[in-house]
Design a protein around this ligand. Structure first.
Ligand code: ADP
Ligand code: MG
Length: 255
């Protein structure tokens, strides 16, 4: 089976007049179905730019991206929006739920924009099913303000799942949560991955990356380490070493 994500020599340069920022500088990467990958790296290393590329929110300056076999670079805006809605699910650090809308209605939202919109009954049923997966079916009529941060993020995960995406993308999904709640949310991601869903998440927390099966470390827009985590304890030590070296390099500016 072909990889669900194929990045080939991706570059992204932001051009803001006088200064050019080379945020991503030649990243090639395959992601097989069922992978669970953490993207790690210091602030400014290009993690979000890479995620935005994966999410088709940002076009690379150079390079090719095949998502589920489709060459993203050949699509126009509308085709891209359809592809995104069909194949990708997004989870954000700040949850991004609509405030005056119940949990259930928030989860229904991506289906209302879908090309293959079902009946209202079907939409409701699928949204309830996704809330059930994240353990919040009994809170379906609550508004975001009536839910804890962890619960809001779980609603956001249900919303990301509702169109049955090929890949779930999450940029610092536990960034606004305390450690206990983070573990709870990571448990949900782990359960989804065990069920076969491909997940990519950005984090700068080692504890969070430990839940993933593959750890990618970026620095200055390049991949400096790409590790399949088979032996958890060895990987932990390796990762600690790499991140400490990263931090030291940053402090002494030996780039
Ligand atoms: P990270 O998520 O790892 O903190 P980013 O991908 O957000 O890193 O940023 C990588 C680099 O690109 C940084 O130097 C950042 O300032 C720059 N950058 C990000 N987005 C933009 C933008 N829209 N315009 C100009 N520069 C940007
Ligand atoms: Mg970022």
């Amino acid at each position: 089976m072909a990889p669900v994500v194929q990045l080939q020599d991706i570059h992204k340069t932001y051009d803001s007049g006088e200064v050019q920022v080379r945020a991503v500088r030649g990243i090639s990467l395959d992601l097989e179905k069922g992978e669970f990958m953490a993207i790690m790296g210091a602030s400014g290393s290009g993690k979000s730019t890479l995620m935005n590329t994966l999410g088709c929110l940002d076009r690379p300056t150079k390079g090719t991206y095949l998502l589920d076999g489709v060459d993203v670079g050949k699509l126009d805006r509308n085709q891209l929006a359809d592809l995104r809605n069909e194949k990708l699910g997004f989870v954000f650090q700040g949850f991004n739920l609509l405030a005056r809308t119940t949990a259930l209605e928030n989860v229904e939202l991506p289906m209302l924009y879908g090309k293959h919109r079902g009946s209202n009954v079907e939409i409701r049923k699928r949204a309830m099913h996704c809330l059930d997966i994240v353990g919040l079916a009994n809170r379906h009529d609550h508004f975001p303000s009536q839910l804890s941060g962890g619960q809001q993020q779980r609603v956001a995960i249900a919303r990301a799942l509702v169109n049955q995406p090929q890949v779930l993308l999450a940029d610092e999904p536990t960034g606004n949560l305390d450690s206990k709640t983070s573990i709870e949310v990571m448990g949900v991601f782990q359960k989804l991955n065990n069920g076969g869903i491909t997940i990519v998440m950005v984090t700068h927390e080692l504890d969070i990356a430990h839940y993933c099966k593959r750890n990618l470390i970026v620095r200055d827009g390049k991949v400096v380490n790409d590790m399949q985590i088979e032996n958890r304890s060895i990987a932990e030590l390796e990762l600690k070493k790499i991140l400490e070296a990263e931090a030291a390099a940053k402090l002494t500016g030996t780039d």
